[in-house]
Design a protein around this ligand. Structure first.
Ligand SMILES: [Zn+2]
Length: 262
């Protein structure tokens, strides 16, 4: 194929789509528009998830899979960050409906496998997979990129306590978009603990009020972040996720899918 990014639907012409092999898998990156401490941009989640999706799709296509990357949804669920200026919230139900409309579009085009690649912690979308199971001729999967590499965090990072604009996200941005990182502006990203013991232990879940939890929206200290740490994490993710795309593209969809055949 002549296109430099033959998997990138937004960058593709109608002619390229007509000439391409039958699509096997679609990847939908899910981002967010929200502040990330004082040093990372509002579009951090979208930039990260798009760059990671691009690399993994390029790798999968190079290995012969027919994968399309859809344009990223740049808004996520932010109900607990709305005290911060210009944060843009899309409610879970709205996001779920939009994904549902995309599922129906893919079904009309004969794409039977859709992978949601999520880059924002507020997007808990397993319920969308459950709601659509059996309703359309499209099988849905969700991958939260930061969970896919959670097991190697301890090998690469020094501070393991963060979860937003922390050493992980900052390292990733220093690797992927260093032009958008203002490292000198970062604060320590300290988090205020909950007042109830059971919440501290994690035995009961709740939606954290981010304006009380944090000072400048950062959760986790980004000070030891480096581009090299980001590269290591990104490489492992791309390798794992592209392997999944290749395997998924080749898998037969029968009544037992995706479980092993008897
Ligand atoms: Zn983020």
């Amino acid at each position: 194929m002549s296109s430099p990014k033959p998997f990138d639907l937004a960058a593709s012409t109608y002619k390229h789509v007509l000439d391409a092999p039958k699509p096997q898998v679609a990847v939908l990156p899910l981002g967010a528009t929200e502040p990330h401490n004082l040093h990372l941009p509002y579009g951090t989640d979208t930039y990260q998830v798009t760059a990671l999706a691009e690399r993994a799709c390029a790798d999968a296509v190079a290995k012969g899979a027919s994968v399309w990357m859809l344009p990223a949804i740049p808004f996520g669920t932010e109900t607990n960050l709305m005290r911060f200026p210009l944060t843009i919230n899309v409610n879970p139900s709205t996001l779920g409906r939009m994904i549902g409309d995309i599922v129906e579009s893919l079904e009309q085009h004969g794409v039977k496998k859709l992978v949601l690649l999520n880059g924002h912690g507020g997007n808990e979308l397993k319920w969308v997979l459950r709601e659509w199971y059996g309703k359309a001729d499209v099988h849905l999967f969700i991958c939260h990129w930061f969970r896919m590499i959670a097991d190697i965090r301890k090998d690469v990072l020094d501070d393991l306590d963060g979860d937003h604009a922390d050493e992980l996200e900052t390292s990733m941005m220093l690797h992927l978009r260093p032009d958008l990182v203002q490292m000198a502006e970062a604060d320590a990203g300290s988090m205020r603990p909950a007042r109830l013991e059971t919440l501290k232990k994690g035995w009961v879940e709740y939606s954290r009020p981010w304006h009380v939890l944090t000072t400048n929206t950062g959760a986790g200290n980004p000070s030891q972040a480096t581009a090299e740490k980001g590269r290591k994490l990104a490489d492992v993710f791309v390798d794992r996720f592209s392997s999944f795309l290749v395997e998924l593209a080749a898998a037969d969809v029968d009544a037992d899918f995706p479980m092993e055949s008897h």
